[in-house]
Design a binder for this molecule. Sequence first.
Ligand SMILES: [Mg+2]
Length: 207
Amino acid sequence: MKSHAEDTAHLEAMRDAFGDKIDLRLDYNQALQPFGAISVLRDVDRFRPTFIEQPVPRDCLTAMASFADALDTPILADESCFDARDLMEVIRLQAADAISVKLMKVGGILKGQALMAIADAAHLPGYGGTLWEGGVALAAGTQFIAATPGMSLGCEFYMPHHVLTEDVLEERIENRDGHVIVPTGPGLGITISEASLRGNARILKEA
Ligand SMILES: [Mg+2]
């Protein structure tokens, strides 16, 4: 983890270079401890990020609530919100202003839509994400985000072609100018490459 001084230097450099043309989204990945976190977060608040994601460990919901109350920048719950039970606690304690939704956390499209129905009723917008999955699950995540009310904060995707030497799709899911292009074919909108599947099944069998 970089020091707070390095983080603020980066934020300052980005705001100096690009002004308000860019959207800054900060994710602490639970790295701060509640003790002393508020002064760090007040310091980054001045760079007007769109949100601050998961500043403290997932079970520190009352600390998250105090940050959501004290700061202008919205607080987004990621690790604090895996499923509907987590979300009910986030809502009850007013621990966040928005939630991150990933199919790998919640357990699929139907559960993701059920989660967002609750979040939407509580006026918490959703932010889509992935966890290094391959093309099939990425297509499911893409369709989920495009088709689910309340997923209004966009998404952050690790695309399979960034991390895999080969995926099992005939055509990769495109991203253009920072936007993921939703496949328009039937079902998830993808076609599985039989050649890739057979080739990888052979490799696994021989391993
Ligand atoms: Mg996160």
